[in-house]
Design a protein around this ligand. Sequence first.
Ligand SMILES: Nc1ncnc2c1ncn2[C@@H]1O[C@H](COP(=O)(O)OS(=O)(=O)O)[C@@H](OP(=O)(O)O)[C@H]1O
Length: 386
Amino acid sequence: MGCSGCRVRLNSGKALSKVSVFFTMVLIFTYFFYCLTAFCDSAPRTIYSQRSSDRDYDTLDDHRRVLDELRSSPPPRPLLDAPPPGNRTDFAGAEHMDAPGQFPQQTPDAAIEQESAQNNGIPVSNTFGTKRFPQAIIIGVKKGGTRALLEFLRIHPDVRAVGAEPHFFDRFYDKGLEWYRNLMPRTLDGQITMEKTPSYFVTKEAPSRVCTMNCQTKLIVVVRDPVTRAVSDYTQTLSKNPGLPSFQSLALKNSSTGLIDTTWSAVRIGLYAKHLENWLQYFPLSHFLFVSGERLVTDPAGEMGRVQDFLGLKRVVSDKHFYFNQTKGFPCLKKPEGSSKPRCLGKSKGRPHPQIPSEVLQRLRDFYRPFNQYFYQISGQDFGWD
Ligand SMILES: Nc1ncnc2c1ncn2[C@@H]1O[C@H](COP(=O)(O)OS(=O)(=O)O)[C@@H](OP(=O)(O)O)[C@H]1O
C-alpha cells in the first residue's frame, strides 16, 4: 500500500516536471520571438543601440533642464555675444522703471520663453501658431523712442513682437534667415510679427538684406530732433563710461572753427535724409511710416493711431491705455500686456541730459537744418525741428 502510494507520487512528480519543462520552453520561445521582432526591451543591446537610447534621455533631460533654468531664473544673460556699447541695456534686462516696474528688456530667447510663462506655465505660444518673418520692422532711429513704440504696440492683440533687439540685418546676417525666423514669436493668422533694431536705419547693407527676406516689409522709423537725439545718444554712452570727453569736444572737429565732426556716430545718425536715401533704393516711400519721437511723448495715442492704420490694424491702442507719469515726465502704460500694474519704461529711457553749452547746440542746429529740410522733402512730413 505504502509502495503504490510512492508510485503515484513518483508519477505525478514526473508529470509536474514535464509540465514545468513545457512551460519553460514556451516562455523561452516567446522571449526569443519578441527579441527577434525587436520588441524586447530587456534584451541585452549592442553598444550602439544603448548609446542612442542614452542620447535620447540626455536630450530630453537637456530640454527639461534648459526649460527649468529659463523658467526659474529671469534671464540676465546678454542675448548676443557682443552687444554694441550703445545698446547694452537693451539686452541685459538691466532697465528698471521708476515704480512700479519696467517694460521687458530681455534676450529674444528669454522673451520667447516668457511668452509661454505668461500663460500660467502652459506653453501656449510654443504650441500654437507659426514662427513667421516680421511683416513690419521698427528700423530706427537709435534714441528716437523705438522702445516706447514697440511696447505700446505690444498691447495690441494682433501684434506679437520680439522683446530684445535681434540685430539680424546688421550683425548676425551670416546666421541665416532660418535663425532669424526662429527668434520670432509664434503668430496666428491675422497677427503681425514685429521686431525693432534701431541700428538697421544706418546700416548700409540692411535695406538690400531686408528686401531679400521680403520686399513688402513695412518699415517704421521713429525720428526725433537730431540735436536732442545726439545729446541722448551721448548721455547713454556717458552713463556707461563716465570718463568720456565732453559732448562739445566730440561734436566739434575743433572748437575755433566750429566745424561739426560727422565721423562721430552721435552726429552721423541724425543725418536722416542720407540714411533714408539708401533705403529708398530698395523700398518705395509708401512702405515707410515716420513716427514723430516728440509726438510719441506729447500725444502717444494720436501717434499710435497712425501706426495702427499703417499696419492695417484695428485702432485698439488708444487714450485709455496711457497716463502721464509726473515723476517720470513721460507717458506710461496703464496696464501693459500680461500685467495688472501700470508701467513706465526703464531708467535709461527718459533720463536727464547733461547741460551742453547753448552755442554748441546752436552750431549743431545750423548744421542739421539743410539735412532736416531735405528729409522733410523726401518723407513728405515736416517735423518742425528748426
Ligand atoms: N513713454 C516714454 N518713456 C520713456 N522714454 C520715452 C517715452 N517715449 C519716448 N521716449 C524717449 O525714448 C528715448 C529712448 O529711445 P529708444 O527707445 O529708441 O532708445 S534705444 O535706441 O532703444 O536705446 C528716450 O530718450 P532720453 O530721454 O534721451 O532717455 C525718451 O526720450
